[in-house]
Design a protein around this ligand. Structure first.
Ligand code: V47
Ligand code: SF4
Length: 393
């Protein structure tokens, strides 16, 4: 049963389900919006026009959640139909020792602090070998900025993963780490990327972007590279023939305008390079951080952020509903709010769990399939480049 909202009243139409294809207008369900501010945005979307900063702010501020879902779902279905992707992946965090001390981070430690760890190459081999029988397609590897590790360690890390897991893509190191490798090796960013690529690096994950804004950076992560450097490094990665993802850490001190600016900066770079593969909104978790007084993000905000990302990032193919951060129930819903990918099985996630996430540490392939199917979508297991996996073992 669908509640059809008009400006004045609510009409209950028992014949149309929320996301049915009936009553379509140019492919978009022909319904009214409870927020009339969404109408000009709907018209732009129907005419294939790009949304601007003001539209992004209007979308974030609108309380018409179902209206936002409809707009995002319209674009999502044009690109991906009912397909929802996931990947069989493994996370490896090679060290949590980090000199940056970002206030939102519960993962990092000082060298001598309890809980600090650094994996030796042998430890990494052991972590990979523990899962040797599983059909893992992607190794996602990131860590802190640890002054005791030489540049050669990172090359050996990648070589080790490639040697143990020749069929998996190595998605490793954020722009923040690449900047640090350049600093410790004395090599240019391009030279660092070339060497990592030669060792077997396949693509770059989207972390470290946080909110690309000087005010937020100054308050929460003053030691981390800034907006221009993050964008410059990602651009160099793309120019060297590697794709990357992009993230946005939301739900702390950032304003709506700063979120929209962030999305537009990513969209502008994507216009230049075409090198972004997926965008992943990251819901801030405050436990065990210096910002522990901040509440969790709301379901409304999580779903809105995914929908707005889908609508603003008109040149990104993929938007992830990252189940680790928003939970499995919302990840299912995110598929109707513009997301087309739930990321992966993961197996052991640390960064969000150290900050209080109560979600599972990993999901089985069957659980991923079930999540997607029971939300009314068609699961497709993919590799890191969104090629469907044939002959799933
Ligand atoms: O870079 C750190 C963020 C990122 C917290 O590219 C936090 O496919 C929430 O980047 N609460 C790591 N977030 C995760 C990440 C990622 C995840 C999944 C897929 C991909 C991809 C990338 O998590 C960090 C930082 O931005 N983060 N602390 C926290 N307390
Ligand atoms: Fe270090 Fe990354 Fe944590 Fe910042 S978010 S303190 S750079 S590990």
């Amino acid at each position: 049963m669908l509640l059809i909202y008009t400006y004045d009243h609510v009409v209950i139409n028992p014949n149309i389900s929320i996301f049915s294809d009936q009553g379509q207008m140019n492919g978009m369900p022909d319904i009214s919006f409870s927020d009339h501010n969404l109408l000009p945005i709907r018209d732009k979307i129907l005419h294939g026009q790009r949304l601007d900063y003001a539209d992004g702010c209007t979308l974030f501020h609108s309380t018409d959640l179902i209206g936002k879902a409809r707009l995002a779902d319209y674009i999502r279905r044009k690109r991906h139909g009912k397909t929802a992707y996931f990947v069989y992946n493994q996370h490896i965090n090679y060290t949590n020792i980090c000199k940056n001390h970002c206030l939102f981070c519960a993962f990092s430690r000082e060298k001598e602090e309890q809980g600090a760890f650094t994996l030796s190459i042998e430890d990494v081999k052991a972590q990979l070998d523990q899962r040797a029988r599983e059909p893992i397609r992607e190794i996602h590897m990131v860590g802190g900025l640890n002054a005791s590790l030489p540049f050669d360690y990172y090359i050996r890390l990648i070589e080790t993963v490639k040697e143990r897991r020749p069929d998996a893509a190595v998605k490793a190191f954020t722009a923040v780490e690449i900047d640090y490798f350049s600093e410790i090796s004395g090599l240019s960013v391009s030279e660092v990327i070339v060497q990592l690529k030669q060792a077997g690096l396949s693509m770059m994950p989207g972390g470290g972007a946080e909110v690309l804004n000087q005010r937020v950076r100054q308050q929460l992560f003053p030691r981390k590279i800034g907006k221009e450097r993050w964008l410059e490094i990602v651009k160099t990665v793309h120019e060297n023939g590697l794709t990357s993802n992009a993230t946005m850490l939301y739900g702390h001190i950032e304003t709506i305008g700063e979120r929209v600016d962030h999305l537009i900066s990513l969209r502008n770079l994507q216009d230049e390079t075409g090198g972004f593969s997926a965008f992943i909104p990251l819901a801030f978790h405050s436990e065990n951080t210096k910002l522990s007084h901040l509440p969790r993000t709301t379901a409304f905000d999580d779903l809105t952020t995914i929908a707005v990302a889908r609508l603003m990032l008109d040149n990104f193919d993929h938007i992830k509903g990252y189940w680790v951060m928003i939970g499995e129930p919302l990840a299912q819903l995110s598929l109707s709010f513009g997301a087309d990918d739930l990321d992966g099985t993961i197996i052991e996630e640390k960064i969000t769990h150290m900050a209080g996430a109560r979600t599972a540490k990993g999901l089985s392939r069957d659980q991923m399939v079930n999540l997607i199917q029971s939300a009314g979508f068609e699961p497709v297991e993919r590799d890191s480049f969104y090629h469907p996996i044939e002959n799933v073992s």
